[in-house]
Write a protein that binds this ligand. Sequence first.
Ligand SMILES: [Zn+2]
Length: 117
Amino acid sequence: MSLYNCPNCGEKTFNPISKAMAGQLNSRGKVCMKCGRRAVNGKGATIFNALFSILVFAGIVVLYLYAPKLRDTQYEWVTHYELLISIGLILLKFIVPRLVNAFCFRLEPAIRIDPVE
Ligand SMILES: [Zn+2]
């Protein structure tokens, strides 16, 4: 069974893009074109994304605390690009989990119950 098989009916109805858009356990997920049920990226993806968010946040805090101390050292460039590095980290926080969702971890049936439908 490939990563792109629907966890509900087993048909290969997903691709890297739709899998990336399916979100994680806490999201509504993406509807399978065959069976109409929803699928999300499972526990592995959810845990990875949570850990990655913490890492990015820690990186931003460390940068904020230590960048001023690097002035007049060989790492002075960090001080100059502090804002750019922070923005880069925030972009990574949005891009990396989507890439990981697209190419790693299995899909699982969505468990969130939506009162609207
Ligand atoms: Zn299906």
